[in-house]
Design a protein around this ligand. Structure first.
Ligand SMILES: *Cc1c(COP(=O)(O)O)cnc(C)c1O
Length: 435
């Protein structure tokens, strides 16, 4: 009963019972033409929709599926755990095993706590930073997303105002009074901020490779300046590695950049497709979390054994020799193919890429700050998105979002995608209102 039909039938039913038809706003096609496609099942690099049509998936659940969909080893591990019970609300060995595997990869941290989402990880890490330093103020950057906790849903203030205003309805003004917002890639503004407010700052939080407003790759000097100034002023540096952790390298961005943050937040890959988040730091800092310290944080389903098993199997597999080299090779091949498909079309475009993260941007040069992203160009992405759906290639449904290469993508997937993009651009060249 009720388990067949077309994408449009499900979309109609979904809109009646789910606000906007979705359980997370990025899934709606508000930024691209057409209606959402309903995933029926997924395997490896591909998924099949409710009409039986197969797509090459470059969104991969927004990052968690670094091994591709329904990896057999991850599934077997989760199944084995499930047979032993789905939730204990008491300590169990898989939490210890995942913590050990995590810390083996992250020697700059000594302890980790598991939660159930990236949002929860960041929210808890900020609370910990405030509890540890005894200060309230936090600093974030425009274009960086850190989940939907009230005090992080902030827009930059207008003009010279440093303190943010809520970017979401339902967030009291007072909740964002202690969140300052600066542009990325602006060392001068950063220095001026620290001169004035540095001694009141609990934490600076940043995505080391900002990947939630396109892929805004920072100059190394900017991130080094973040480290230098936080250390100098007694504030904590928080790397939000919910996307980059276990993605841009075996331990994420921190060792790649040669910068050691005080706190790290994780999600997505660490749950192997189940809801898991984590935050980690030194023993000294983590000692402030309850039950050891005064900063409260808890969770009924935290450390869930099935999710831990999936995370553990995922980490184990990404730890095999050559794993990240293979992802880099595939990322580079995709990038080169997409560049070639755009060349000589007259379409102004660039690709930003860090390993298996990529961003198609319709500007001459991929920008480094949110302020330099030209929102008016997103309609070109929307048109490409629609045409690629027709050709069996699925990209994230917004030009502000990045793409994800998984280990399951084959050379053939890359070649087929590049061919579909080339065909799409060619089909536009007959049309006058192009770019
Ligand atoms: C996805 C994401 C989050 C939020 O994680 P959820 O699991 O969606 O709550 C936080 N920070 C970054 C950098 C993210 O990409």
């Amino acid at each position: 009963m009720g388990n067949s039909g077309s994408n449009s039938k499900w979309w109609e039913r979904a809109q009646k019972v789910l606000p906007g038809g979705v359980n997370s706003p990025v899934r709606s096609f508000n930024s691209v033409p057409g209606n959402p496609v309903f995933f029926q099942s997924a395997k490896g690099s591909r998924f099949t929709d409710e009409e039986g049509k197969c797509y090459i998936d470059w969104c991969q659940s927004w990052g968690p599926m670094i091994l591709g969909h329904a990896d057999p080893e991850v599934q077997a591990a989760a199944m084995e755990a499930m047979e032993e019970g789905t939730s204990f609300g008491a300590p169990s060995r898989r939490e210890v095993l995942l913590a050990e595997a995590f810390l083996n990869r992250m020697p700059h941290f000594e302890q980790v706590r598991f939660v159930s989402s990236g949002t929860e990880a960041v929210m808890s890490a900020i609370r910990l930073a405030r509890g540890f330093t005894g200060r309230d103020l936090i600093l974030k950057f425009t274009g960086c997303y850190h989940g939907h906790a009230d005090h992080l849903l902030v827009d930059a203030g207008s003009g010279l105002a440093t303190f943010g205003t809520p970017s979401s309805g339902g967030v009291p003004k007072g909740f964002t009074d202690s969140t300052a917002v600066l542009p990325l890639d602006d060392i001068e503004a950063l220095e001026a901020f620290f001169t004035e407010h540095g001694n009141k700052l609990a934490a600076l939080i940043i995505e080391p490779f900002p990947a939630n407003a396109g892929l805004l790759i920072q100059r190394p000097e900017f991130l080094q300046k973040c480290r230098e100034l936080t250390t100098k002023h007694g504030a904590l540096l928080v790397f939000d590695e919910v996307i980059t952790g276990f993605r841009v390298g075996p331990a994420g961005a921190a060792p790649l950049l040669g910068i050691t943050p005080d706190l790290g937040t994780y999600g997505k890959i660490i749950g192997g497709g189940f809801p898991v988040g984590a935050y980690a730091a030194t023993r000294e800092i983590m000692g402030h979390i309850s039950p050891l310290g005064a900063v409260y944080q808890a969770g009924t389903l935290s450390g869930n054994p099935v999710a831990m098993a999936a995370g553990l199997a995922t980490l184990e597999k990404t730890g095999r020799p050559g794993f990240y080299e293979d992802l880099e090779r595939k990322g580079a091949k995709l990038e080169a193919g997409l560049r070639a498909a755009t060349a000589d079309t007259g379409i102004t475009a660039d690709i930003a890429r860090q390993g298996s993260l990529f961003w198609n941007v319709f500007q001459a040069e991929a920008p480094r700050s949110f302020e330099k992203v030209d929102g008016s160009r997103m309609k070109i992405y929307g048109r490409m998105h629609r045409d690629l759906i027709d050709r069996g290639v699925y990209l994230a449904p917004s030009g502000w979002e990045v793409g994800f290469v998984s280990a399951a993508h084959t050379d053939h997937d890359i070649e087929a995608t590049v061919a579909a993009v080339a065909e799409t651009f060619k089909s536009w060249s007959s049309d006058a209102c192009q770019t």
